[in-house]
Design a protein around this ligand. Structure first.
Ligand code: DOR
Ligand code: ZN
Ligand code: ZN
Length: 428
């Protein structure tokens, strides 16, 4: 394996923010210093670039197996690499779903060679039907990292309580998609002024707020952890903040579309702005930012949910979901860093340290001896999101046409350059 040295780069992780050289050898970071004397096989001038640990997205849908016309392991990996994401946690709503050891094993054995670090959730309930718990011992032996029925809620509160207790006994994190389908009642966008103007059925925010409150109550009563997926409402954010203050073991995530976009985007009747939970109001966007600023938000995720163009063509009938892996860092830098709200170190915490720690994965960051998984980012580069240029099989981005500031330039996994933007294409 060829050695690699990045010179004069700004390195940012939980423990550092400063200019240095990073020398990588045999898949690990061998040395960090100033003016390292040794010459590497590949030398990269990192002047003007920022090195960060390879990002971790703990909420993606790779559609593999079963819906590989939308995405598969290979295309999902390509999207992740382009976005600077070197580790992902895949959701279990595949076909068949990840409710059994064979399906999990088959996927993880293919994923072992895909070029990034892929982790898999097992289903909370058999066939994601919310009727009976899946076999957690079998799923754990097969290698799942967390449990979830994401894509669907677990409607039965008693069953969810059992799920959380049994998962906690085994030390497996539970990540919950908080939604009450009876309240949703066929709604397709946030219920409010915009849904009334468009004359389409709305999704009442009580759907999310009530199940978030339920999960918190279950976690509190049983002294077990819960991770709340894709928070989108002020009500949920406030409930999580209060629970954290009380010492409940609750953590949460939100996505760039929830802290950057409102349901006004839906006036275009473009299904690429439809996801679940839906885009909400300006006040909810404000609540997401407040949650990020005061530490209520642990992680930024994408809920990368690819759907094919023909599936997204009809505004009313289209499935929910947007891709996000290739825009998450850029969107986050644009909304949080370039506005002066959040430091790069806090962004690294939300996109690397916190998700990994919630999932009990090590997070050594940029340190001597650590895995050489890092990204080189041009934080100042402005670019326009062109859906046709995405590496994902699907192009259903809610950031289409937006100018974002900050772009991943090079992704290194295990000391090997796996992705390079045009400017650095010669290194591939
Ligand atoms: O927007 C969404 N898309 N929300 C979900 O809960 C599921 C996901 C998907 O699988 O498409
Ligand atoms: Zn979900
Ligand atoms: Zn999801």
């Amino acid at each position: 394996m060829r050695s690699l040295c990045i010179r004069n780069v700004r390195a940012v992780d939980a423990n550092r923010d400063g200019i240095c050289d990073i020398f990588m050898q045999e898949g690990r970071i061998a040395a960090i210093g100033t003016a390292i004397a040794a010459t590497a096989d590949i030398e990269i001038d990192g002047t003007g670039l920022t090195a960060m640990p390879g990002l971790f997205d703990m909420h993606v849908h790779f559609r593999d197996p079963g819906q590989t016309h939308k995405e598969d392991l290979q295309s999902g990996t390509a999207a992740a690499l382009a976005g600077g994401v070197t580790g992902v946690l895949c959701m279990p709503n595949t076909a068949p779903p990840m409710d059994n050891a064979d399906t999990v094993r088959e996927f993880l054995s293919r994923a072992a060679h895909c070029g990034i670090h892929v982790y898999q959730t097992g289903c909370l309930t058999q066939n994601m039907q919310g009727k009976a718990l899946a076999d957690y011992d079998a799923l754990q032996t097969a290698g799942v990292t967390a449990l979830s029925d994401d894509g669907k809620p677990v409607a039965d509160t008693a069953l969810m309580e059992q799920a959380m207790i049994q998962a906690a006994e085994r030390g497996i994190p539970v990540v919950s998609h908080c939604e009450d389908l009876n309240i949703i009642n066929g709604g397709i966008i946030n219920q409010g002024e915009i849904s009334v103007r468009l004359g389409v059925k709305g999704m009442d925010r009580t759907s999310e707020d009530s199940i978030t409150a339920r999960e918190i109550a279950l976690a509190k009563k049983n002294h077990v952890p819960i991770h709340i997926c894709h928070v989108s409402t002020r009500g949920s954010m406030d409930a999580i903040r209060r629970a954290k203050a009380e010492g409940v073991a609750v953590t949460c995530e939100t996505a760039p579309h929830y802290f950057m976009l409102t349901d006004e985007k839906l006036l275009s009747r473009d299904a690429n702005y439809r996801m679940n939970p839906p885009l909400r109001t300006a006040d909810d966007v404000k609540a997401m930012i407040e949650g990020i600023l005061d530490g209520t938000v642990d992680c930024i995720i994408t809920d990368h949910a690819p759907h094919a163009p023909h599936e997204k063509a009809d505004f009313i009938k289209a499935p929910n979901g947007v891709v996000g892996l290739e825009t998450s860092l850029a969107a986050t830098l644009t909304a949080l860093y370039h506005t002066g709200l959040v430091s790069l170190q806090r962004i690294v915490a939300m996109m690397y340290n916190r998700p990994r720690s919630i999932l009990h994965l090590p997070a050594a960051g940029i340190a001597e001896g650590a895995d050489a998984d890092l990204i080189l980012v041009d934080t100042e580069k402005e670019w326009v999101v062109d859906p046709t240029k995405l590496h994902s099989k699907s192009h259903n981005t809610a950031f289409q046409g937006m100018t974002l500031k900050g772009k991943n330039q090079i992704t290194i996994v295990g000391g090997v350059i796996r992705y390079a933007d045009d400017r650095f294409a010669a290194y591939l």
